[in-house]
Design a protein around this ligand. Structure first.
Ligand code: ADP
Length: 294
């Protein structure tokens, strides 16, 4: 019997038993598409509906653990809807993460304003250093969060440099571009505002914003760390999908320094390098263009 047969019920029942500490009957499962990395399902059970994702790669156990810790950190702020972590671990050679299932609804009135205000509220949570107490992942790539006092050093050494180094090593990024990136380092303090380390979602593209049953925004799949808050906003502009009302409401709640739009490409060097490493050299021209511009 393969996993798509009876075995899947046994798997879901065993992990729900471990998470809830009681016997759970799985009634029905629906497999979900859309994730880049893991398998995912909506699991209907005697104890309610759950979102479960799982994987068999060696690193997925750690990936789910730090995803759970990131979700808990965001959820603790009460800034916006974050699914509750029900459990995570490893069972029958599979690592898994169980979350509250977010039933999707229609955008309610003031949805975009609410997302802007909530993100501003999230970003009002600060700590003395950039980084985080644990490392995590951006997509499937490791993201280093070693606590650092200087935000420009953090952005360069722990965001841009590891990704650029990986892209160079993989033969995706030309050496001239890698060198040009290095020249940006000392200019960062003149190009970006020096702000306090703010709690960020860290992977804020439209696919990671869901709409709850009552029409509110919910965030999933974070790559949390304390960083420059403009990096989260810039991320939303990489592929778009966020209404202008979102930016206006954010700016009203937590005003940005003038010239944010001009700084967006600098922050987005990071996701562009990540995309280069994940999906190939198609993103390198974007990196080159930004480096020429600055
Ligand atoms: P991956 O880790 O592989 O990127 P995702 O977390 O993106 O997987 O999840 C896969 C799919 O499930 C996506 O379509 C996503 O929108 C949806 N999803 C993720 N978390 C939840 C949740 N808590 N409730 C309902 N749907 C979810």
């Amino acid at each position: 019997m393969d996993f798509w047969g009876d075995e899947q019920f046994a798997f879901f029942e065993s992990i729900l038993f471990l998470a809830l500490g009681q016997t759970v009957d799985v009634l029905e499962t629906q497999f979900l598409s859309g994730g880049d990395i893991n398998m995912a399902a909506r699991v209907f059970s005697s104890e309610g509906v759950f979102f479960v994702k799982w994987n068999q790669t060696p690193e997925s156990n750690t990936m789910f653990e730090v995803e759970a810790r990131g979700l808990n950190l965001l959820r603790k702020t009460d800034a916006l809807f974050i699914p509750q972590v029900i459990g995570y671990g490893q069972q029958l050679d599979k690592a898994y993460l169980i979350l509250e299932f977010i039933e999707s609804g229609q955008l309610r009135k003031n949805y975009w304003e609410s997302l802007g205000q909530s993100l501003a509220l999230l970003h009002s949570h600060t700590q003395p250093k950039f980084g985080l107490a644990f490392d995590n992942y951006i997509g499937s790539l490791p993201q280093s969060n070693t606590p650092t006092a200087n935000g420009f050093d953090f952005f360069f050494d722990q965001r841009l440099l590891p990704q650029a180094g990986m892209a160079l090593y993989k033969g995706l990024l030309p050496k001239e571009v890698y060198d040009a990136l290095h020249r940006l380092r000392e200019r960062l303090p003149d190009l970006l505002p020096s702000e306090r380390p703010a709690l960020l979602h860290g992977d804020l593209w439209s696919g990671n914003v869901l709409v709850t049953e009552d029409g509110q925004p919910a965030l999933i799949d974070p790559a949390v760390y304390y960083g420059f808050r403009e990096a989260d906003l810039a991320f939303t502009k990489l592929f778009g999908g966020f209404d202008q009302r979102f930016y206006d409401a954010y700016d009203e709640a937590f005003p940005l320094e003038d010239g944010f739009d001009d700084r967006v490409p600098i922050y987005n060097l990071y996701p562009l390098l990540v995309h280069t490493n994940l999906f190939g050299s198609g993103y390198v021209s974007g990196v080159e263009r930004i480096l020429k511009q600055f």
